[in-house]
Ligand binder design. Structure first.
Ligand code: FE
Ligand code: FE
Ligand code: ZN
Length: 274
């Protein structure tokens, strides 16, 4: 069975998220490791983590795809702010060790005028240091729409970061809205885009998907998510993804504008496409 889920609120703890996920037909999910628009993290609760790990195994969930804070910019210009972001990353990875074997996805960052090359070096630097303790987590770089000075709008950016880190613990999470807005035509040439990803990054690095339709036109570099089938991608694109021999086996996370009932309906819709 395909691993499909959505973003859930982490406010009631990890076990509560597992139960909520199961109640809406999900068998994976995403959650923010801390305030998505700030840096505040919850107090740690080892008993809750242990209970969640047991429940996930018992229920046969696929890997979870945690999401780092949007404000964590590893390649911001100010050295102090950059150091703070690197510390947040390291703390997030340490915390993920309480949920071993899952993924931690984040937005690589915005170089704010420093240039992509310098941005890539700074991101890789922070990752190398944060991964050094050998936590049981795989870090995923998210494909971005290429808004402003975002790093990660091209597959080449992701390849360069992965090569600079030089660790097997780094992979990629492909966001369907972002790649479309970023100029990869997954409507008319999904196979071509995947072949391109394989050529540049390597398909073995692709670990998870964010399934979002897009409010924008191709190559708009905008990044606004729509519900599945309500945007420019359309339902056929998601059918092709769900049925794809490689993509269909990856954990798939919805980040669409929904509350729980909407997510439940979308998960059922996606399962019906298989
Ligand atoms: Fe994201
Ligand atoms: Fe995303
Ligand atoms: Zn987005």
């Amino acid at each position: 069975m395909a691993y499909i889920g959505c973003h859930l609120s982490a406010s009631k703890g990890n076990l509560a998220m597992v139960k909520t996920a199961e109640s809406i037909g999900a068998n994976t999910f995403a959650f923010f490791t801390r305030n998505p628009r700030g840096s505040q993290a919850k107090t740690e609760d080892p008993a809750d983590c242990e209970a969640a790990v047991a429940a996930l195994a018992h229920m046969g969930f696929g890997p979870l795809v945690a999401h780092g804070s949007y404000t964590m910019n590893l390649c911001t210009k100010d050295p102090e702010a950059r150091q703070f972001a690197a510390e947040i990353l390291a703390d997030d990875l340490r915390r993920m060790a309480a949920l071993p074997g899952n993924y931690y996805n984040f937005h690589p960052g915005s170089h704010v005028g420093q240039g992509t090359e310098i941005g890539i070096c700074q991101i890789a630097d922070a990752l190398r240091k944060a991964l050094a303790p050998g936590y049981p987590v795989t870090v995923l770089l998210e494909t971005m729409a290429g808004k402003g000075s975002e790093v990660g709008g091209r597959f080449e950016d992701l390849r360069d970061i992965i090569q600079a880190v030089g660790s097997d613990a780094v992979g990629v999470c492909l966001d369907t809205c972002h790649v479309w807005d970023g100029g990869y035509d997954i409507i008319h040439d999904l196979d071509g885009v995947i072949a391109e990803f394989d050529r540049v990054v390597g398909l073995d690095k692709l670990k998870a998907l964010h399934l979002n339709d897009s409010k924008n036109s191709f190559d708009s570099h905008k990044d606004r998510h729509a519900c599945i089938g309500d945007g420019s991608l359309g339902i056929e694109t998601f059918r092709n993804i769900i049925r794809h021999p490689v993509l269909g086996d990856l954990p798939m996370i919805l980040e669409t504008p929904n509350e729980l009932p909407g997510y439940q309906a979308e998960i059922a819709l996606l399962r019906s496409l298989k």
